[in-house]
Design a binder for this molecule. Structure first.
Ligand code: T46
Length: 137
């Protein structure tokens, strides 16, 4: 299972750093939505679902957190701890976000607007879905 982490180009100078993200250039899809989570309580696990048709880039713009990715066959854990790195998460991928550091802000760029019908929130349903809709690796 391949994990794609983007390293964005910082535009740094004596004042500090700046990251600019443009759709179809730095981000491999058109950005239809941006959301972010903050003040995540200790011990909380977020996510625990998959999407049928959604691409996303997850960027921990402050602090750190871990992302567990699961394609139904393999699992990988990715640490996000730098504001210039972005984790690409495709459709058909179960994701869990956890171990948020105090004050962590996880920002997500998404290829589509919010659509509850795109979520698979039951793990067994997810396993059945990826078995019945196999993707090329
Ligand atoms: C994902 C991971 C990484 C909205 O109204 N609009 C939105 O765009 C989103 C993302 C959420 N919501 C509402 C729906 C729920 O009432 O906000 C509430 C919390 O959403 P949820 O429990 O789905 O949040 P997470 O952190 O479990 O998952 C989110 C995204 O939903 C999901 O697509 O991939 O972050």
């Amino acid at each position: 299972m391949l994990v794609y982490k983007y390293m964005f180009q910082p535009h740094g100078d004596a004042r500090g750093q700046l990251i600019a993200l443009e759709e179809k250039k730095d981000i491999p899809f058109e950005i239809k939505r941006v959301y972010y989570m903050y003040e995540t309580a200790q011990g909380i696990v977020r996510g625990c679902h998959a999407h049928k048709k959604l691409e996303q880039i997850l960027i921990c713009i402050h602090g750190s957190c871990k992302i567990k990715l699961d394609n139904g066959k393999e699992q990988k854990i990715v640490l996000l701890e730098r504001p210039y790195e972005g984790l690409y998460v495709a459709n058909d991928m179960w994701r869990e976000m956890y171990d948020f550091s105090p004050g962590a802000v996880l920002m997500v760029l998404a290829s589509n607007i919010y659509d509850e019908s795109d979520y698979i929130r039951d793990y067994q349903e997810f396993l059945d879905y990826v078995r019945d809709n196999p993707q090329e690796d």
